[in-house]
Design a protein around this ligand. Structure first.
Ligand SMILES: Cc1cc2nc3c(=O)[nH]c(=O)nc-3n(C[C@H](O)[C@H](O)[C@H](O)COP(=O)(O)O)c2cc1C
Length: 364
């Protein structure tokens, strides 16, 4: 690698890095809040990705753990985009600058082509068809998701185990949406101000949530209900029941585990997530994260004690325990991501992204 990059090369590299960052921001993030910030290193060969903690202060993102997963997914998208264009890039975690760092060695000779799987990947919150995947498809998914240094990916397709997970997710959703701070954070990211099917630049459109036209009023009312009414009407339980139905309609659940709770480990989880989701997209399968049990686990570890009542803490601890047993994990492994997948028609809406110019921390 030359110590000084000739000016013309730097220009090309910068354009290429911009194209990779375009791929990065297509990554999934909790509530589409895009909690990342990109900086191009002066050597023009490294992109530094940090968590922008101002983007997602929600208790669902306690300790910025969900944000680090999003950063990992963004970094992995850059690697996938480079590979699609015949180039290698690598990512590591810099403990010094507390950031994921993507190293890019060379610029493709041919014109840059966006990876169609990165463009097509989307969260699909519809009911799926319940059809099993073939052994061949399962083999392909496994092949594309080998263990990484700090994370491991498993594919659960046994209907009895899917049912067991559906029940845990049902109860976890009920606890999560029963908590006023968690639910307010979720509703704040819903774009009631935009047309239902608009590709909003941040947050969640009603169509992406599969809220039908006739349900919009009830959904908006639920978002404004005082706590006593929300409880009395059993809204959190209804949401839990719906989530269980969604999981049961799936062909399987992809589980990503890690061995520790550091930002580096969560970046690794995000990388594994991006690999799994791009492989699913390539195989024509729909996917949706079902993160309520892990949001509860995270809140138990990181949120201030006031975020949960004593009974919510107790319920959450029981559910996390149930999840760990249902997943039959090795000693020391802990669950970090759940992604249901299956066959489905396309989602009713998809979300857009903020401009990448905003995502750069340095002048652009
Ligand atoms: C850490 C993380 C947690 C998420 N949790 C959920 C979830 O529990 N339920 C859900 O429907 N989507 C969840 N998502 C999906 C995001 O809402 C989605 O990626 C975002 O809105 C952008 O939409 P897209 O995936 O269609 O591009 C999660 C994504 C990430 C990265």
């Amino acid at each position: 690698m030359p110590a000084v990059i000739p000016c013309a090369d730097l220009q090309i590299t910068r354009r290429y890095l911009d194209q990779l960052v375009e791929a990065a921001v297509r990554a999934p993030s909790g509530d589409n809040l895009q909690p990342w910030q990109f900086e191009v290193h002066p050597d023009g060969r490294r992109v530094i990705i940090r968590v922008d903690a101002t983007r997602d202060p929600s208790p669902m993102n306690a300790g910025q753990r969900m944000a680090w997963i999003a950063v990992g997914a963004a970094a992995e998208n850059m690697l996938a985009a480079a590979r699609f264009n015949g180039q290698e890039a690598v990512v590591d975690f810099s403990h010094e600058s507390d950031a994921a760092v993507v190293h890019v060695d060379d610029v493709p000779e041919a014109e840059f082509r966006p990876d169609p799987n990165i463009l097509a990947r989307v969260t699909n919150r519809k009911l799926y068809e319940g059809r099993a995947v073939t052994d061949q498809t399962l083999g392909l998914l496994q092949e594309r998701t080998p263990p990484l240094a700090e994370s491991k990916t498993d594919w659960i397709v046994d209907p009895a185990r899917i049912e067991e997970l559906a029940e845990i997710i049902r109860q976890s959703d009920a606890v999560l949406f029963g908590n006023p701070a968690m639910r307010e954070a979720f509703f704040r990211s819903v774009r009631f101000d935009a047309a239902a099917d608009a590709e909003v630049d941040e947050g969640l459109s009603l169509a992406s949530l599969e809220i039908r036209r006739r349900e919009v009023t009830a959904f908006r009312m639920a978002s404004r209900m005082p706590h006593w009414l929300f409880r009395a009407a059993g809204v959190a339980r209804t949401i839990g029941a719906k989530s269980a139905q969604l999981v049961k309609s799936s062909s399987g659940v992809c589980v990503i585990t890690t061995t520790n709770d550091t930002p580096a480990a969560h970046v690794s989880v995000g990388r594994a997530l991006s690999r799994a989701w791009l492989a699913l997209t390539d195989a024509g399968l729909a996917a949706q994260p079902m993160m309520s049990p892990l949001v509860l686990a995270n809140a138990l570890r990181h949120a201030s004690t006031s975020a949960f009542s004593a009974s919510e803490r107790q319920q959450s601890a029981t559910l996390v325990d149930l999840l760990e047993r249902a997943l039959q994990l090795n000693d020391g492994d802990r669950p970090a991501f759940l992604l249901r997948f299956g066959y489905a028609t396309p989602p009713s809406g998809r979300t857009g992204r903020l401009s990448t110019t905003r995502a750069f921390s340095t002048p652009h």
